[in-house]
Design a protein around this ligand. Structure first.
Ligand code: SAM
Length: 286
């Protein structure tokens, strides 16, 4: 009998991907989901929520670079950032690298995710231990955007798939509130799912955004551990375009170094393959 352990991620009822699990570091069941951190053989530590891979140490930089630096380098002077979800800390970490950013508010619903990452994945979570510009709120992002009086230049929706507490994060009421708490030049970027496996979710998200925002696009990146490799973010703003309003020189001036993001990719990631355009281009605005 084999004694090998594997972390297994299942996509609906037709695909499984297995990662060799050398040691389970944490496993727990919160009010919201099952949370696990495992030491994999090759991908470093891995966070799984409800048996779905949230991140691995090996490739988390791809997702976190692309969810944060695209809006933060499109906005000419972002000072305030709101992260919804993102309990591992990776999105907050990247936002806080921008010197001009004065405040990051992060609203994560599940304290267990935050605690497990603080204990086992310092690569993304170190920032959560107390950064002077970070306010960490354990609470529902849906409620937060409905109630806050603050305005944000950039909102990053770093959420799980639309199940459980993340479901409303994909709906029209949430984005109505997001629109209200964005500043005049505000941008919202959201986890936009797989162009292979989640087409109906993508279409519905883009429809919601295009009914509320004057500028809407989708962008794509290639990563290692989300099923299918290709993954997307949605981009919506009160007017700013990531292509026309992007000043490349700000990237060099920032002095920041990246492992995935480049000024060339900033524009190139908005060029989508035809099969994806066929489903989402009708929702582009601006
Ligand atoms: N990069 C990841 C992915 O796409 O697989 C997402 C990672 S991050 C850990 C997602 C987080 O969103 C989870 O920790 C989850 O608890 C949180 N979340 C889900 N619904 C939420 C809500 N309504 N408000 C705040 N956080 C929420």
């Amino acid at each position: 009998m084999s004694t090998e352990n594997w972390a297994t991620e299942r996509t609906e009822d037709f695909m499984e991907v297995r990662y060799r699990n050398d040691k389970t570091l944490f496993t727990g069941k919160s009010e919201f989901q099952k949370v696990e951190v495992v030491q994999t053989r090759w991908h470093g530590k891995m966070l799984l929520n409800d048996d779905l891979v949230m991140l691995t140490e090996k490739d988390e930089f791809v997702y976190h670079d692309m969810i944060s630096h695209i809006p933060l380098f499109t906005h000419p002077n972002p000072k305030t950032v709101l992260v919804i979800g993102g309990g591992d800390g990776g999105s907050a970490r990247e936002a806080l690298r921008h010197e001009g950013v004065e405040k990051v508010v992060m609203v994560e619903i599940d304290k267990m995710v935050v605690d497990a990452c603080i204990e086992h994945i310092p690569q993304t979570s170190e920032v959560l231990l107390g950064h002077p510009k970070l306010e960490l709120i354990i609470g529902d992002g849906v409620k937060y955007v409905n109630e806050t009086k603050l305005k944000f230049d950039v909102i990053i929706v770093d959420s799980t798939d639309p199940i459980g507490p993340a479901q409303p994060l994909f709906g029209p009421d949430f984005y109505k509130d997001v629109y209200s708490c964005l500043s005049d030049n505000g941008i919202v970027v959201s986890q936009g799912e797989s162009p292979w496996y989640n087409v109906p979710i993508q279409e519905s998200m883009m429809e919601v955004l295009s009914s509320q925002f004057p500028f809407v696009r989708m962008y794509q990146f290639g990563n290692l551990t989300y099923p299918g490799g290709a993954w997307c973010f949605t981009f919506a703003s009160k007017g700013l375009s990531p292509l026309k309003d992007f000043d490349k020189s700000r990237v060099a001036e920032s002095g920041l170094k990246f492992k995935y993001y480049t000024p060339e990719l900033h524009s190139a990631c908005f060029a989508l393959p035809q099969f994806l355009l066929d489903s989402v281009e009708k929702f582009f605005k601006g």
